[in-house]
Write a protein that binds this ligand. Structure first.
Ligand code: CUA
Length: 310
């Protein structure tokens, strides 16, 4: 972003931010140039072709194929450029790079609850390292919220009953506003917080200082046992249930045809609505855990399942 324009935009603090700003600037300049051209031509033509005597009749105009092709193809090319540019950015925004660290976000009226895989929990504050991709897996306990960090140019709705995700890579240490960007009730305007971007060493120190917390995978393992999940889901497939080893990220064949990639959303569904996507070759025996588990417990179970590898 040229310096003389920076006052127009919020601070840029993620890898995505300059790219979003350039696209936005292009859209503004393109729309502005067209609007200016139209108004200019209206003015010029109104003066130049005004009626000079009361009985003047306008000249006949023959069509000009070249002119018509020009004003059809030119906007088409501009719109296609906008589309391709926007789509490329959209795909980049949608796909977190491999090796992104993951953080779970649970929104509720009216706060942001966050949990790191290493265990630390935060409310309305998120500590992350600079220069590292961070993926957020988000859900809501009640109504629709939206996780918005202007300095990172990311905004994603957070929905009850399912996961949505977004990612960012912060480019400079600092403290950045986090807002809820979806009207969610009387305290919506107060549902805000901070993202604290730290140097990697500082981040590690911060993580280490949160000693009382237990890694999510450990909490998940305990839950897995206490709920009796291991009765049916052991290290190998049993008659009652498939093994969950190596399940994360794999394509799972479903009863009734089709398959699904076992991402966080699938695992969540399998815990809360097990009858919806039954694994091929199994009966829908599994009871639902809807109403028995909080969102944070579901994410802990998922973290445990993700750790089951051979
Ligand atoms: Cu949550 Cu607005």
């Amino acid at each position: 972003m040229p310096a003389w324009l920076s006052w127009l935009f919020p601070e840029q603090a993620s890898t995505l931010a300059p790219k979003v700003d350039y696209l936005f600037l292009f859209l503004i300049l393109a729309s502005g140039a067209v609007a200016l051209l139209v108004f200019l031509l209206i003015t010029i033509f109104a003066v130049r072709y005004r009626r000079r005597s009361p009985d003047e009749v306008g000249a006949d105009i023959e069509g000009s194929p070249m002119l018509e092709i020009f004003w059809t193809v030119t906007p088409l090319l501009i719109f296609l450029a906008m589309f391709v540019w926007g789509a490329v950015l959209y795909f980049e925004r949608s796909r977190p790079p491999d090796g992104a660290i993951q953080i779970y976000v649970v929104a509720k009226q009216w706060m942001w609850k966050l949990q790191h895989r290493e265990g630390p929990r935060e409310i309305n504050e998120l500590h992350v390292p600079v220069g590292v991709a961070v993926r957020l897996v988000m859900t809501s306990q009640d109504v629709i919220h939206s996780f918005y960090v202007p300095a990172f140019r990311i905004k994603q709705d957070v929905l009850p009953g399912r996961y949505t995700s977004e990612w960012f890579q912060a480019t400079k240490p600092g403290r950045y506003h986090l807002f809820c960007a979806e009207y969610c009730g009387s305290q919506h305007s107060r549902m805000k917080g901070w993202v604290e971007v730290m140097a990697p060493a500082d981040y590690q120190n911060w993580l280490d200082s949160q000693r009382l917390s237990e890694a999510m995978v450990v909490s998940g393992q305990r839950l897995f046992r206490s709920l009796g999940c291991n009765g049916c889901h052991g290290p190998v497939d049993t008659a009652r249930g498939p093994s969950l080893f190596n399940v994360y990220g794999r394509a799972v064949e479903l009863q009734g045809g089709g398959s699904v990639i076992a991402d966080e959303g699938y695992l969540r569904q399998a815990i809360l609505n097990p009858g919806v996507q039954v694994v091929l070759g199994y009966k829908p025996l599994m009871p639902t855990y809807q109403g028995q588990l909080g969102e944070d417990q579901v994410t802990q179970l998922i973290e445990y399942m993700k750790s089951l590898k051979r």
